[in-house]
Design a protein around this ligand. Structure first.
Ligand code: ADP
Ligand code: NA
Length: 329
């Protein structure tokens, strides 16, 4: 059955996931798994190549580390296959076929493309893969005909294109191969777009991250340097928890955050106390995951990924048969 299937994935542009990746995506994956959905958890190594083609080997090594983060966070590879995108060649085949039916204008309009284009400067040197990124992502998703795709807020524009491409395929070939899927974005806005230590979006490209695999001491050091209410100098100055990174983390990780926020607003507690309690809350929350991660060895992960690829390929091959039949090729 496809009705309860979920496809989820992250790029392996970094060997470690940050707690923004966890809140926006991974935490939901684990929840969905526990609710009985059939999760397919992909590590998108090809996607990482759009920006890291010069160090492709690193992308591949990172992929193993990202898989460890999935399992450490609670993905059970027995129930939820964990696999590497490049191990399932059907992703490339569907990407190629979908690229034939995707209007260029849809891709040129995506916000991420416009941003990256601005970063890179000249269109002369821009890789073709960057423009095609949403088509590859669409192939990743549609191969599994999922009920939904759990992601953070920033991914919504890409997911819309994916449904548009799927529906265009159905119309062109007069079939119902691809059902529309839902975007499963966390209800809580703080989790859907977790701020970084500097209050910009947490992102590895801003160097403002707390990583799942950071030690407790590293976490403490990072929280010490985190952005707080700029006008709160003394303990008695009123804080603005909405604009304070430490208070945002308290909201996510501390069961007593409401009291903490009220005391912050009322000038009854200082930033030092917030930081101390925030560090404790984060470290307590991630302790079991960090311990599980430390125990995962390379051989175990290779076994999980080999098994995951077999199970993913089974679904992907079935979809490709339907796609080829629909197109008459
Ligand atoms: P990054 O922005 O660090 O490069 P990715 O683009 O690889 O991370 O994102 C992987 C997943 O994590 C996506 O589902 C994305 O929506 C989610 N995500 C990334 N950063 C955040 C954040 N700060 N808050 C919530 N979700 C996030
Ligand atoms: Na992102």
């Amino acid at each position: 059955t496809t009705s309860k299937r979920i496809l989820s994935g992250m790029r392996s542009s970094n060997p470690r996931l940050h707690i923004g990746n966890y809140e926006g995506a991974l935490r939901n994956w684990v929840d969905l798994q526990e609710q009985g959905y059939h999760m397919f958890c992909m590590v998108a190594d090809w996607h990482a190549l759009t920006t890291m083609y010069e160090n492709a080997g690193e992308v591949s090594r990172n992929a193993r580390e990202v898989a460890k983060d999935y399992v450490a966070a609670g993905i059970d590879p027995v129930r939820s296959p964990v696999f590497i995108q490049s191990h399932v060649k059907e992703h490339a085949e569907l990407h190629m076929l979908l690229s034939m039916i995707t209007p260029l204008g849809w891709l040129e309009r995506t916000p991420t493309y416009k941003e990256k284009q601005a970063d890179l400067g000249s269109a002369e040197r821009e890789p073709y893969g960057l423009l095609g990124y949403p088509v590859l992502q669409t192939a990743d998703i549609l191969l599994y005909k999922p009920y939904g795709v759990p992601v953070g807020r920033d991914q919504a524009p890409h997911l819309e294109i994916g449904n548009d491409i799927g529906q265009r395929f159905n119309r062109l070939y007069n079939v119902e191969v691809f059902p529309e899927y839902k975007y499963l974005i966390p209800q809580d806005e703080t989790r859907a777009k977790l701020p970084g230590l500097d209050m910009r979006k947490m992102s590895k490209s801003y160097d403002n991250c707390i990583y799942l695999s950071d030690t407790e001491d590293q976490t403490a050091e990072k929280i010490k340097s985190a952005f707080t209410t700029p006008t709160k100098i003394r303990k008695t100055d009123p804080g603005i928890p909405e604009g304070c990174a430490v208070c945002q983390y308290l909201k996510v990780y501390s069961p007593t955050w409401q009291t903490q926020w009220q005391e912050d607003r009322d000038g009854l507690r200082g930033c030092m106390q917030n930081k101390k309690e925030c560090t404790e809350a984060i470290n307590e929350y991630f302790r079991p995951m960090r311990q599980r991660r430390a125990q995962l060895d390379d051989a175990t992960i290779e076994g999980i990924l080999a098994d995951g690829a077999i199970r993913a390929r089974e679904v992907a091959q079935a979809t490709m048969s339907e796609v080829r039949a629909a197109m008459g090729i």
